[in-house]
Design a protein around this ligand. Structure first.
Ligand SMILES: [Zn+2]
Length: 156
C-alpha cells in the first residue's frame, strides 16, 4: 500500500485546496468493503465528507462528525447510504458480545446495532439525524445501495 501511495502521489493532480466540501454534503455510509462510496455517488475528493462505520448507523460519534461538518465546514445536506446483504442485517447481538468477550476477555459496553430490515434501519437513521438538537436538519436523504446491481435506491 505504501508503494502504491508513493506512485499515486507522484501523479496525483491538484491535491489540497479548501477543507470545506464544495457540494455542501456529508455522507454517512456502511464500512462494507464492496462499497466505493465516492464512485457510486459520483464524488471526487473535496466535494463531500464521508463518515463510515459498521452499518452506517447514526451513533453519538456520527452526530459529532455531522455537527463539525455542518457548523465548522458548512455542509447542509446529509445522505445516508445503507446497503443490501449488510453484515448487521439479522445479526445476533448477544452472540457478537459473547464472541468479543471470549476472544478479547471483555464484554463490549456498546451494542452491535444489528437490524432486521434495511429500509426500517435507514428510516430510523434519518429520524435520528433529523431529531438531533445539534444539527441543522435541512436536507436528509436515506438510501439503500444494492451491492449486486450497483444501484442506489431512495428510501426517504
Ligand atoms: Zn454493511
Amino acid at each position: 500500500m505504501l508503494e502504491t501511495n508513493a506512485a499515486w502521489a507522484e501523479q496525483a493532480p491538484g491535491l489540497g485546496g479548501p477543507a470545506r466540501p464544495s457540494r455542501g454534503t456529508a455522507v454517512v455510509a456502511c464500512m462494507d468493503a464492496r462499497m466505493d462510496v465516492y464512485r457510486l455517488l459520483g464524488l471526487v475528493p473535496g466535494e463531500a465528507h464521508v463518515i463510515r462505520n459498521a452499518g452506517g448507523v447514526v451513533t453519538d460519534d456520527v452526530l459529532r462528525s455531522l455537527a463539525i461538518s455542518q457548523h465548522v465546514l458548512g455542509t447542509r445536506e446529509v445522505v445516508l447510504v445503507h446497503h443490501t446483504r449488510c453484515g448487521l442485517a439479522g445479526a445476533d447481538e448477544a452472540a457478537f458480545a459473547d464472541q468479543v468477550e471470549q476472544a478479547a476477555g471483555q464484554r463490549p459496553p456498546w451494542p452491535m446495532r444489528a437490524f432486521a430490515d434495511v429500509d426500517d434501519d435507514v428510516r430510523e437513521s434519518v429520524r435520528l439525524v433529523r431529531e438531533s438538537p445539534y444539527l441543522l436538519a435541512a436536507e436528509v436523504r436515506g438510501t439503500v445501495y444494492d451491492v449486486d446491481s450497483g444501484r442506489l435506491r431512495t428510501v426517504v
